[in-house]
Write a protein that binds this ligand. Structure first.
Ligand code: ADP
Length: 355
């Protein structure tokens, strides 16, 4: 009974928190102006109407305004707790057997890592999710028994690297294989059985450290690779013996900024082509799902292929589109907002003149 009540409550919250129907949600988060921007007198081109958490207006270079609408809009003052309060019903549905994917998309420097990883003082969605999963799992003991497993990996230039292994030599190459049940597996990927949040925090720190090994500029490097945290929940109903296994993916995507062909060559050009390819593949998959297109092109990138069993069907998807408020980033901001609108299957008309 207790289990059913909790399930019903989470379902109610899930539907209440997010008004738009469907399994694909888009949240927009705008970071504050940073010190440099404030120092050089930048003002925000992003306006979030007061007491409104769905709308966002962007002032374009010609002073016209573009309006966007999302399932939720978080302004520069929204803190990590507020963001997690809206995200929690989606991530915790993994305990009820749903596969879930959460992405942070946007230009480098807009707060993707801040939202997902956070800092030790301001922990992000990844840690808070595990904390909440442990809390619920412990509460439910009696009816349900849960086991939680964590994997962490990186996709860079279409190559998959395990982040929970300290690599002493060239990392082992990981490939995606189809299991007999038709799901996508990555044989050889470490799956750490986790029992509590302290342990999880240490694992997340290991993952971040392994990620930056071998790169001369860790921040720059991390902006060019996708970082994925996978939480696998195995559940057993102790009353009827029913077992569930579901995956929650928490993905910090590579920076979406466009790189001019003239500016770069060699390694950097190759990287940006891989990033463009995988981000557009992701956009194509989600928009095919949002518009219920018959063919969903999962196989066009490692990222979408790997996530195939967790995207579509009755899986839940949430994309955070991260933006900068600065006029200097206006072009990229509009690109990200248009991308996010497209994945939701919404097209916007031409910009309206300011009145
Ligand atoms: P990205 O992962 O998109 O490249 P980061 O998460 O590294 O961006 O954020 C860039 C900088 O801005 C970091 O110093 C981060 O702490 C800060 N930042 C981002 N979002 C926020 C926010 N909502 N509030 C406060 N600081 C933020």
């Amino acid at each position: 009974k207790k289990y059913i009540d909790e399930y019903a409550e989470r379902k109610r919250l899930y539907n209440e928190v997010i008004e738009l129907k469907g399994n694909i949600r888009v949240f927009c988060r705008c970071r504050p102006l940073n010190q440099d921007e404030t120092a050089n007198g930048s003002t925000s081109v992003v306006e979030i109407p007061p007491s409104q958490d769905h709308d966002l207006n962007v002032t374009c270079a010609d002073s016209s305004k573009k309006q966007f609408k999302f399932d939720h809009v978080f302004g520069p003052h929204a803190n990590q707790e507020e963001v997690f309060a809206q995200t929690s019903p989606i991530v915790t549905s993994v305990l009820d057997g749903y596969n879930v994917c959460i992405f942070a998309y946007g230009q480098t420097g807009t707060g993707k890592t801040f939202t997902m990883e956070g800092t030790s003082e301001n922990r992000g969605v990844n840690y808070r999710t595990l904390e909440e999963l442990f809390r619920i799992a412990n509460q439910r003991s009696g009816t349900m028994r849960y086991e939680l497993f964590v994997s962490m990996l990186e996709v860079y230039n279409e190559k998959i690297k395990d982040l929970l292994v300290e690599h002493t030599s060239e990392p082992k190459k990981l490939e995606i294989k189809q299991s007999s049940e038709g799901t996508q597996e990555i044989p050889g990927l470490v799956e750490a059985h986790v029992y509590g949040t302290d342990e999880v925090w240490e694992l997340l720190k290991t993952g971040s450290r392994v990620r930056s090994v071998g790169s001369t500029n860790a921040n720059e490097f991390s902006s060019r690779s996708h970082c994925l945290l996978r939480v696998t929940v195995k559940g057993e109903n102790l009353v009827n013996g029913q077992r569930t296994k579901s995956n929650l993916w928490l993905v910090d995507l590579a920076g979406s900024e466009r790189v001019g062909r003239i500016e770069v060559e060699g390694e950097r050009l190759k990287e940006s082509q891989f990033i463009n390819k995988s981000l557009s593949a992701l956009g194509d998959v989600i928009s095919a799902l949002a518009t219920k297109t018959a063919h969903v092109p999962y196989r066009n990138s490692k990222l979408t292929h790997m996530l195939q069993s967790s995207l579509g069907g009755d899986c839940k998807t949430l994309m955070f589109v991260q933006i900068s408020p600065s006029a200097a980033d206006l072009g990229e901001t509009l690109c990200s907002l248009n991308f996010a609108s497209r994945v939701k299957g919404i097209e916007y008309g031409p910009a309206r003149k300011q009145t």
